[in-house]
Structure formats: structure tokens, C-alpha cells
Design a protein around this ligand. Structure first.
Ligand SMILES: [Zn+2]
Length: 275
């Protein structure tokens, strides 16, 4: 599943391609791909262009020129955007739900094998409502201060991995980066939040930003279905220290990396380096 670094990589790639191009045609191949009535979706986009592409945690936000409406898009498990300037041979597929054609004949495909992802046209006001309800503080933004992070941890009784992956607490971190952040912070993922010392919280805070920023620099991590809009895999996979490395020696101490189930999710850690 794409996490913050993967969605940011997609955003940066797409932004260079789709902005300020007039949309000449909108085809909805699968109703499940959009959360609007098909006719409304087409009507709002036809003849318009995208004026900006932003990201709120794992959501892409497409601004529409001269409109108070935007498209929110969540990729969920397997959603992907593919930009086709006439050379694409693999797409569209039978899983392509939306095809947007620009005036220069380039196309943008929204493709989703498992169909949990979506595009949704909403007003700015609806967008704010959705984001404030759904999303907690977001790393790599101005609001992600140590103070705000400490506040998020207050009165939480869960373990730190659960908290890191709770989108309503901290937005953008999933299974892969939660494991990596815990490793870099030398904290076991099953540690209960109230047991964390001040210096451990500071470590976590710093490593959240460092791990995510490094992953963005490497264009994200690739497992199974994620490819970026250029059809390329992310390069962060070989930088992972614990995720997907069970039974392999820890890079720091040679202890074999453990994998356990924590709240139903595969969780990786070094039992020697992490306390
Ligand atoms: Zn170790």
C-alpha cells in the first residue's frame, strides 16, 4: 500500500505532466472508481484543467482551474496513476477505472486492481471537513512540531506501532515506515505509549521525519503493486533495515530480525537493538 513517500513521489511526477492542460475527454470505465455521479464527474472536469496538485497525507488533491471544487483521490491498496504520452503499451487495463484525455491527446489513467481507491469531486469546504475528521497531524509539515507530537501521544494506551499507523493521530505512515521508524528509534513496536521516556519520544519524532524524507528522496518503496507514474519502482526497498527482513541479520548487531503479528499486522524488529 502506498504510504506518504510513495504518494509524494507520484504527486511530484504527475504535477510536472498534468497541470494547465485542457481536459478534452473524461471516460469513467468503472463506477466504483469515483465517488460521484458519473455525469457530474464528467461535467465538472470537461473543458477545464488542473491548476495544482497537492497532497494531504496519503490523499492527492487535484485543484481544478477557476473552480471551488477539487478532486480528492486515495490510492488505498493498489490504486495507481499512469500518465500516457502516447507510448504506453500496458495501460489502460481492464482495471482502469477513469481515463482523462488532454487536448494534446495525452492520457491519465486511474487504474486499481482491488478497487478500494477512488477519485471524488468535492467542494473546498467538504474537503476541509473530510480532512479534519480523517487525518491527524502530518509529518514534514509546519504543524508537525515536537510539542504537537507529544500532544498526540498524551492519554494513549495503545502500543507505539498502532499509534504511528493510526491515520487519525498521525497521517501518512503505514506498516513499512512504522517498522523502520521504530528500529531507527531503538524502540520495540509493541511498547505501550505511556512507557516511553521523553528522550525516546524525541527520537521517534526525529526519525519519523528522517525516515519519511529519506524514502521520498529514494522515490518510495516497492512491494507488489506500487509503481510510480513513470512506471518505475521505488528505490527505498534496499534501504530498509527491518521491514521484510525477517530471519536476516540486523545491520547493526547481526541478531536475526524478528517478525511477529501485532494487531494483525506483520511487524519487524531487532530484539537486541530495540528496547
Ligand atoms: Zn540489532
Amino acid at each position: 500500500m502506498p504510504e506518504l513517500p510513495e504518494v509524494e513521489t507520484i504527486r511530484r511526477d504527475l504535477q510536472n505532466k498534468i497541470l494547465d492542460k485542457e481536459i478534452s475527454q473524461v471516460e469513467v470505465k468503472k463506477e466504483s472508481a469515483i465517488k460521484n455521479e458519473i455525469e457530474k464527474f464528467k461535467q465538472v472536469l470537461s473543458g477545464e484543467s488542473f491548476s495544482d496538485l497537492n497532497r494531504e497525507a496519503k490523499l492527492l488533491v487535484f485543484d481544478i482551474e477557476d473552480s471551488d471544487q477539487v478532486i480528492l483521490s486515495h490510492l488505498r491498496m493498489t490504486g495507481k496513476y499512469v500518465y500516457d504520452s502516447g507510448t504506453e503499451t500496458e495501460f489502460p487495463t481492464k482495471h482502469t477505472g477513469v481515463i482523462i484525455t488532454f487536448e494534446n491527446k495525452d492520457k491519465l489513467y486511474f487504474d486499481d486492481i482491488r478497487t478500494f481507491g477512488y477519485m471524488q469531486i468535492v467542494t473546498e469546504k467538504q474537503k476541509e471537513d473530510i480532512l479534519s475528521k480523517k487525518l491527524g497531524i502530518e509529518p514534514l509539515t509546519d504543524s508537525f512540531t515536537l510539542e504537537n507530537f507529544q500532544r498526540v501521544l498524551e492519554n494513549r494506551r495503545t502500543n507505539i506501532k498502532n499509534l504511528l499507523t493510526n491515520q487519525q493521530a498521525i497521517a501518512g505512515i503505514g506498516n513499512i515506515y512504522a517498522d523502520e521508524i521504530c528500529f531507527e528509534s531503538k524502540i520495540k513496536p509493541d511498547r505501550k505509549v505511556p512507557t516511553l521516556e521523553d528522550n525516546e519520544i524525541e527520537e521517534l519524532y526525529e526519525n519519523i521525519e528522517q525516515v519519511l524524507q529519506k524514502a521520498i528522496d529514494y522515490r518510495g518503496t516497492t512491494f507488489r503493486d506500487y509503481i510510480d507514474t513513470a512506471g518505475e519502482s521505488g528505490n527505498f526497498k534496499k534501504e530498509l533495515k527491518v521491514y521484510n527482513r525477517e530471519e536476516k541479520p540486523c545491520y547493526d548487531c547481526k541478531t536475526l530480525i524478528n517478525k511477529v503479528k501485532l494487531s494483525g499486522r506483520g511487524t519487524h524488529f531487532c530484539s537486541n537493538c530495540q528496547q
